[in-house]
Write a protein that binds this ligand. Structure first.
Ligand SMILES: C[S@@+](CC[C@H](N)C(=O)[O-])C[C@H]1O[C@@H](n2cnc3c(N)ncnc32)[C@H](O)[C@@H]1O
Length: 141
């Protein structure tokens, strides 16, 4: 088994918002060039930095083999208190784009060609692990 860890540099540092968005887009649009066709993608505590969640999911689908597993573990905006915290983070952390609700993560994965989604809340619902498999075709998602 090989494990590839990717670290996006720069986007959490203090560039202007425009530079941050351009940088974020670049990372999430093509974050695994050279390591294509993997069996699993694990995205931990990072998805809330994606300025274009649909595109990020499409990129994860692109690099997975059919049946490959995607796991997104992140803070989620399911609870009112977390939505307030999310708003604060958007103003205080330049790379923070926004937390998803866990149900929206499931919908994003389904729409992006993933099937058999599971959703597991953690830390009293502040965090969730959402997992799915890349469908062979979008028709069985
Ligand atoms: C809270 S840290 C989590 C790090 C690691 N994944 C973990 O679980 O320990 C958030 C990570 O998101 C990365 N990040 C920030 N903006 C990003 C972007 N636009 N695209 C990809 N990664 C990004 C940061 O570099 C940072 O490593």
């Amino acid at each position: 088994m090989s494990v590839i860890g990717l670290q996006a540099f720069g986007s959490m540092a203090g560039d202007s918002n425009t530079a941050k968005t351009a940088s974020s887009r670049r990372h999430f649009d093509r974050w695994s060039a050279g390591y294509e066709r993997d069996k699993a993608v694990l995205c931990t505590t990072s998805f809330h930095h994606s300025p274009d969640p649909k595109r990020a999911v499409a990129e994860m689908a692109r690099v997975l083999v059919p049946g490959g597993r995607i796991v997104i573990a992140d803070m989620v905006a399911d609870r009112v208190i977390m939505r307030a915290f999310d708003r604060i983070l958007r103003h205080t952390q330049r790379s923070h784009v926004g937390c998803q609700r866990s149900g929206d993560l499931v919908r994003l994965l389904r729409a992006g060609g993933f099937s058999q989604p599971t959703r597991r809340p953690l830390l009293r619902g502040f965090f969730a692990i959402v997992a799915a498999r890349r469908a062979d075709s979008t028709s069985d998602a």
